[in-house]
Design a protein around this ligand. Structure first.
Ligand code: FES
Length: 72
């Protein structure tokens, strides 16, 4: 699924940047993918994926999607 239409970034690319590339923050995800946010509409989704991957409570539902529902 495309998360960023400006740069044609998919959720798989973002996830790989976080999990395999070791990106620890939202800006680092974009940097590893060779771009910076343009319109910014994708930023909340990327931020949620970063938070979910790093286990911050209240970010993501734990299923690997990009929602921002509070877990449990
Ligand atoms: S949708 Fe990602 S910068 Fe526009």
């Amino acid at each position: 699924m495309y998360l960023c239409l400006c740069h044609a970034l998919t959720d798989r690319q973002v996830r790989a940047a976080i999990e395999e590339g070791g990106a620890g923050g939202t800006a680092e995800v974009y940097r590893r993918l060779g771009c910076t946010p343009r319109c910014g509409k994708c930023v909340p989704f990327v931020r949620a994926m970063v938070k979910a991957a790093h286990g911050e409570k209240g970010a993501g539902c734990g299923c690997g999607c990009t929602c921002v529902e509070t877990a449990g």
